[in-house]
Design a protein around this ligand. Structure first.
Ligand SMILES: [Zn+2]
Length: 682
């Protein structure tokens, strides 16, 4: 079996097209068994021979082997889901969880790490090595190394169950998203929608052998209806379906309900945190983050709320007044996107849809590459020949001074059986291997943009362009690292609340006139974005930024409170209501089940960490303000960011890196200025 199992063969890039669900479990079983034996052998060696190369790099090798078998499986499960693959994936989750718990609670391994950290040799380690050892010792404690055996067992059981519940949450959300569609045969129902959105819906219908149009809950389709559909009843219907996905409400009430899963997740996280001696899961979450205490996080969020709420109130009053002028007296949740877009059009004569024509996908991509070439001196070229998991997937290589640096896959468009949202994950780490070779990094960049229709290239909205820049920023963080130790290379070991610094930082260039010139060009004429459109875009940049800010703060506070106060007798939606009392200016309907689709905190890594976006935005805005001072395309400033932040990954605490780049600790001023949230709301 192993001889023809592609997951067990050495490969450069994963052989995606050869991977079958039946390969998954045997591959994982084999690697886990091999790794256990290898670890045993390692630990029976004489203690004094356990130096950096044998112990830390030795363990890196085991992790790499497991990552090579499991990485492509997790990736395919997210981007090319099927019942068979899902079953195979889930069958492995408990095995992997048990393996990681075993490693984290391995006393001998822990002692070997401690001995290495305290050995005379450690004094000569570089700063990345020292940080890695410090973090590894911390992580042993967070895996329960100091617990009694019976507690360790419970800890392992909880972790296993949490892995399963996270997967269930994702699956039910994906299933609920796919379970609802609306078949439209009368074009009049779609009045107001753009031609491109309608073409999209016609394509979706055709794919299911239907005539007419098919509205789905995939984000581009949902978003198009909420922004442009004149038919209020249609907006309400689609909003209701979307906002009640995977819940006890709405058209598929109870069918994919994540409610019980969420409660169980919260109970188990709380129990896990208490086992380790923390007061709450929020405290446990902060043990590995840049923020120092729950009070500091809550204070930070509440201060931002205080500053932005007057702006949000003003935004909402304006929108209400505008809707009233149009004859709508009771502005509801399903009217917000629609009237916001109309107001934006009226105030700035800016039509988001008209902008699309200037952002054909290749122009944007190659413009983005030109920007990072100027900033960081890197070159990017496309590789045509490789094994893809879908025809849309592309592969690119980064070079610097003619040398290979790394590669990244790009999977841009929404499609069935693909998880929603956008993300980057490190598919392979840069590191020095046991045989002394330097392995180059690989990243996956995944988005859910509007796919191209027919022969026309994909035309991106400016929001989509911004998302692409964001994920690309994560990608560069992973790929441009100069650290050669896996534990701190790229995004490895970077505190979660600092990890959004390089990504949000990149977004700034989508708003710079010089940047826009590079990334825009009409798809038919090649004409760059006309000056008047550009001016309108810039004028509209902070349109409703107060409303956007309080929404983000609502999510952040909700997540944090939920994990800080779980067990105080309130249920999930009572916590949310409490947070809304504090920061929201607008209440969605009582049946809205937003939290049931909040995958970031229930199925991703953002639990008690969603505040990271705002936290890191202070850092990214302040870092960018140095470019504003020295020139946004100043190559010297670009190289400084590349060497002081991007190159150094998790090798030192984020505050040290930031101060090294900025020359001082972060200030919030730049963020407020960039969002137009300074001063009183007029
Ligand atoms: Zn991000």
């Amino acid at each position: 079996m192993s001889a023809n199992n592609p997951l067990l063969q050495p490969y450069d890039l994963p052989p995606f097209s050869e991977i079958r669900p039946e390969h998954v479990e045997p591959a994982i079983d084999t690697v886990l068994a091999d790794n256990r034996i290898a670890l045993q052998e390692l630990l029976t060696r004489p203690k004094e021979s356990l130096d950096w190369a044998t112990l830390v790099v030795g363990l890196d090798e085991l992790n790499e082997r497991l990552g090579r078998a499991w990485g492509p499986v997790g990736h395919l499960n997210a981007v090319k889901n099927s019942p068979e693959l899902r079953a195979a994936y889930e069958a492995c989750l408990p095995k992997l969880s048990a393996y990681w718990t075993e490693l984290g609670q391995n006393r001998e391994l822990f002692e070997a790490y401690r001995a290495l950290a305290e050995s005379p040799a450690a004094a000569g380690f570089d700063v990345a090595q020292k940080t890695i050892l410090e973090h590894d010792l911390r992580d042993f404690r967070l895996s329960g190394i100091d617990l009694l055996p019976v507690e360790q067992q419970r800890f392992g059981a909880i972790r296993m169950k949490l892995a399963e519940l996270g997967s269930t949450f994702s699956n039910q959300l994906l299933d609920a998203t796919q379970a609802w569609t609306k078949h439209v045969t009368d074009e009049a129902v779609l009045a107001g929608l753009t031609e491109s959105a309608k073409a999209q819906m016609a394509q979706a219908a055709k794919a299911k052998d239907l005539d007419g149009w098919l509205i789905t809950l995939e984000f581009p389709s949902y978003h198009a209806v909420m922004t442009y559909a004149d038919d209020r009843a249609l907006r309400e219907e689609v909003y209701t379906a979307y906002a009640t996905r995977a819940s006890d409400q709405g058209p598929n009430a109870g069918q994919f309900d994540n409610g019980p899963v969420m409660n169980e997740i919260l109970d188990l996280r709380q129990e896990l945190a208490r086992l380790l001696g923390f007061g709450s899961y929020a405290e446990l979450s902060l043990a590995t983050k840049m923020a120092e205490s729950t009070e500091q996080v809550l204070g930070f969020l509440r201060d931002l709320a205080l500053r932005s709420k007057p702006h949000a109130r003003r935004d909402l009053e304006e929108l209400r007044a505008f809707a009233a002028e149009q004859g709508l007296a009771d502005l509801q949740s399903w009217d917000l996107g629609y009237y916001s877009e109309k107001l934006r059009q009226q105030r700035y004569s800016l039509n988001q849809e008209a902008l699309r024509a200037y952002f054909p996908v290749d122009k944007v991509l190659y413009g983005l590459f030109a920007i990072v070439q100027r900033l960081y001196g890197i070159e990017i070229r496309e590789i045509e020949e490789f094994d893809r998991w879908h025809p849309d997937v592309r592969l690119f290589e980064i070079r610097e001074h003619g040398e290979h640096v790394g590669r990244f896959f790009l999977d841009l468009y929404a499609r069935p059986n693909k998880r929603g949202g956008a993300w980057m994950d490190g598919a392979r780490d840069k590191r020095r291997t046991a045989d002394g070779r330097l392995q180059s990094p690989v990243a996956n960049l995944v988005c859910n943009f509007t796919p191209p229709v027919g022969e026309q290239p994909a035309l991106l909205t400016h929001d989509e362009v911004t998302t692409l820049f964001h994920e690309f920023g994560h990608g560069l963080h992973h790929l441009l690292t100069r650290v050669e130790h896996a534990g701190a290379s790229g995004i490895n070991g970077v505190a979660w609340d600092a990890v959004e610094l390089p990504s949000q930082f990149m977004e700034n260039w989508c708003w710079e006139p010089e940047g826009l010139e590079l990334i825009s060009g009409h798809y038919q004429t090649g004409e760059p974005l006309p000056r008047d459109l550009l001016d309108k875009m810039l004028a509209a940049k902070n349109f409703q930024s107060g409303l956007m800010m309080v929404r983000q703060l609502e999510f952040s506070l909700f997540d944090f409170e939920l994990h800080a106060t779980h067990g105080d007798g309130r249920d999930i939606y009572q916590v949310l209501e409490g947070v809304r009392d504090e920061v929201a200016v607008l209440r969605p309907p009582a049946w809205n089940r937003f939290a049931n689709g909040f995958a970031h905190i229930f199925a991703g890594g953002y639990a008690a960490g969603y505040y990271s976006y705002k936290w890191a935005e202070v850092l990214s805005s302040d870092a960018y303000s140095r470019f504003e001072e020295e020139g946004v395309f100043n190559a010297e400033t670009g190289r400084a960011f590349r060497e002081k932040i991007l190159a150094r990954g998790g090798s030192q605490e984020p505050m040290v890196l930031f101060v090294d780049f900025r020359g001082r600790e972060p200030k919030i001023d730049a963020l407020l200025r960039h969002l137009g949230l300074t001063g009183a709301a007029a």
